[in-house]
Design a protein around this ligand. Sequence first.
Ligand code: GLC
Length: 548
Amino acid sequence: MTGRGQWWQEAVVYQIYPKSFYDSDGDGIGDLQGIIAKLDVLKLLGVDVLWLNPIYASPEVDNGYDISDYRAINPQFGTLADFEQLLGEAHRRGLRVIMDLVVNHTSDQHPWFIASRQSKDNPYRGYYIWRDGRDGRAPNNWGGHFTQSAWSFDAATGQYYLHVFSPQQPDLNWENPAVRREVKELMAWWLERGIDGFRLDAINLIAKAPGLPDNQGAGDFVFAIDHFCNQPHFHTYMQELHRDIFARQEMLTVGECADLTVADAIAISAPARGELNMAFLFEHTDYYNQVGKDPQKLKEILTRWQTGLHGRGWAGLAFNNHDQPRVVSCFGDDTTHRVASAKLFATLLLTLEGTPFLLQGEELGMTNVEYAAIEEYNDVQTVNLYRERVAAGGEPAAVFAAVKAASRDRSRSPYQWSAAPNAGFSTARPWLGVNPNYVEINLERELADPASVFHYYRRLIALRKATPALIYGEFVAQAAPAALFVYRRRDGDDEFEVALNLSDQPVAYTAAGELLLGNYPAPEKTRLQPYEARVLRISNCQLLIANC
Ligand code: GLC
């Protein structure tokens, strides 16, 4: 059984993408002093925890997810002293800070890998996964996330090394106890600095199937994660980290885990197993990002997870992150109904069971960005795929259209602070273009408008915190027309109803309780307007007749 009352269950987490948050020194790149300068507005919003995307020393092939020194800050963000100041300033305001821990792989510029590739008998050789080729080809048919093959040949020693992501992100060999020892040491080092936990990047990929067998399927390289995802050893490794590191003190630990079933998520998060506090859920975002906008399917997926995890495990919930498009653009309506649909997804995020994670800019209703040319894109996945497909004979305009439609840069554009040049993000040309809609969508305007998306998030966060039923209550889906998602959260005698219209048409609905919060100024009695969201308190008079 999962208990209740842990701070990380009640917290709301705010994801900062440091490169795009706020540039304090005019080089076009966000930095740690920029975060310090803006802490008060995050406090005003009411969030409790800041998750920083990687800020370690890195050649930045994948925006910091390629670490070359785990104990150093990337100079583009500042220094260790800046980090310590940030931590102190955050803690002083009651904000906690968690680090992004990237230990499925390192950068190819990490000293371990530089040593490892020197010779077959180098002591660091076994830190990575090296194999002989098969008849002059890769050791197996595994496809990568960012390249066709998950293997690269290294001429110096005539062997291939495994990289599930880019060739500059070689996978660590977790079978090697020395690797696990190093990881635990660096975690302990950051905890000694005073951080409050970790987001563990791509963590359920760390254990590879013994013998590295071929994936099933035709073609040279088959992208199927069956042999490097959720392997039994993954749980063993998490239990080891828990025993040696996580159990030492209270902290938030959340795993970025692809392809989970409810049972996997319980195995990761059930306290008795001693692994992580929670895993992120991706089935709903994967569905609407990759398959389509289908309210019925969204309801089915979320209902299955809510009922499956309740009392058994815990989840990290998000509708946005730095790898995915913004939900207001891909499931909501970022033109006519932008404000209503941004508020609707806020309502969904903050009234389900699970720790809510917001991506910076979500609280402004920021939308996906699109650039005119491949040169304006930064995402390694976009750029690699473009190159590979054009080199294979693809027509450049068609390849560009396809890769930009899936680019992770869509949600990474700079934070829109104001209508000033560069959205008030920087005085220099930003490292990634700002969304031209910053003139209308920006924090300054949001703060000035009591009906803004920002103030709606602020009220919702406050409501969630004051309402244990919205955090711990049992989730009960209510019968509703296809476009409506209606559910209750019950905790003892407290009961709340959430009603959401996931379409751009009005739909019949009769409110059953007292309206606490909604995204329309004049809610109608018998229908929900396009993308309308309501949170209601259900009167328990029938149950407590004596008190009514
Ligand atoms: C995770 C990160 C993503 C990164 C990848 C490789 O999925 O969220 O941004 O590219 O891991 O580290």
